[in-house]
Ligand binder design. Sequence first.
Ligand code: FAD
Ligand code: NAD
Length: 472
Amino acid sequence: METHTELAVIGGGPGGYAAAFYAADLGMQVTIIDAAPKLGGVCLWSGCIPSKTYLHVARIMREAGDAAEFGLRYQPPAIDLAALRNWKDRVLNREGDGLALLAKYRKVRVISGQARFIDATTLGFQTASGAEERLTFDYAILATGSRPVRPRTLAIESSRVWDSTAGLMLPEVPRRLLIVGGGYIGLELGTVYAALGSQITIVEMSGSVLPIADADLVKILVKRLGSIFHEVRLNTTVTALEEAPSGIIAKLQTGDRSEAVEFDQVLIAVGRAPNSEVAGLSDIGVAVDAKGFVVVNGARRTSCPNVFAIGDVTGEPMLAHKASHEARTAVDAIRGGSAVFEPKAIPAVVFTDPEIAWCGLTEASADRDGRQVKVARFPWAALGRASLMNRMDGMTKLVVDPSSESIVGVGIVGVNAGDLISEGALAIESGRRVSDLGMTIHPHPTLSEATMEAADSYFGYSTSIFKPIRRD
Ligand code: FAD
Ligand code: NAD
């Protein structure tokens, strides 16, 4: 059977469904094809939402424990793993059902099937019943996402070795959990499993966890991680994994020192690779780069003129909100607008305890680019709300262009940093100057005051810290 659609969207994650819904809202006739049975993509089913569901639970446990300091003593929690998994599934299904309804209201056709390109205006796919079908289209948006990378040296078949998808199934709480990779996933899932009772060892090949974030922010997180994780081994790689009767033996290499250590379970979280091996893609002239990312121009158009690509399959940063934003650009371009995807600030948030968030230029990237910047910092030790929460382990920093005094970067470490960073993104995108943040009245007592105080500290007159700037 063959049907036609104006816009075919391949992949129903936060890139794909955002594109489909926006195009439908603008009056296009849209079809989404996804290999998975339901809309939502990695983000909903094995990424953002399950991980944050568990992290929310971990936060409740930590806050209940910390409350002893305030005179509230709770019993340690009795953890019902089956109920926790069930809660996660309820959250996922609620969100998934919501997406299905939103597609239905917009009259977006949703097909479950693995898509392949037959030519530059035809997709082929197999329906659930096994029938071969074709869908012809005027335009297509490729939003096929990414998958976990597994280094060849660690490629053993064992139920004791998880990737993030397997780890998020929460099959059990291992006693000794080795996490390879101290990036987003390693630290977030490490936080979850530590809260549930695992003894966590993180192995990171570079000289710091979260090497992409500014070192002064990471330092505050690392101090806290010291009390959550058993060990963080830097400048270390895992050279081999070997199944043993009672666990997995990992060979750890730090410089010229090699050591074999046994763990009950291993989680590999060393990055993700694009799903660009869609059959027929190269035949229609869509170019991919050396790392497999689909090459796109500013409008997210590929080298095949009626095919666009968005989200993880097009490259870093592999974040859901970046995919959703690119979706708008691609649809606007298809609709004939002069759309270009060139954000000044894509917020990044690592939902650890405390959270780390940044957007725009980091201090390190400014340094690397030889760009002159001035940095204003405000420590949360001077913040009333942080004090009453007993969470003074935080800092807000503003990266400022000294000639225009405009804000070019914001970094925050502290509880709720992920919610606070949006003000920074707005300031950067709208070209605000540091004085604008200082002059904007922020409510007291809130964590958001740290942004205002950091701005005031740039001029040497933050109310809550004494750090005058010599004016003679
Ligand atoms: P995806 O969400 O990967 O969706 C791609 C879809 O394409 C999938 O449903 C797949 O089935 C489908 N597909 C692939 N090939 C085909 C084909 N040939 N035919 C039909 N369908 C196909 N990002 C954040 O911003 N915040 C977070 O908190 C966050 N947490 C994360 C936690 C984890 C554990 C992981 C793994 C990732 C996390 N991410 C987070 C990243 C986020 O999940 C991705 O950036 C986001 O899902 C990318 O969206 P996408 O639309 O590009 O692709
Ligand atoms: P990552 O790139 O964030 O971190 C991987 C880490 O592993 C890096 O620090 C790297 O130096 C290290 N590493 C690489 N190879 C190694 C090796 N052989 N041995 C030891 N360490 C090694 O990757 P990730 O944690 O797998 O996450 C993948 C992507 O998913 C992220 O980059 C991010 O885009 C997305 N994600 C986002 C969120 C969020 O937004 N909160 C959460 C999870 C994942």
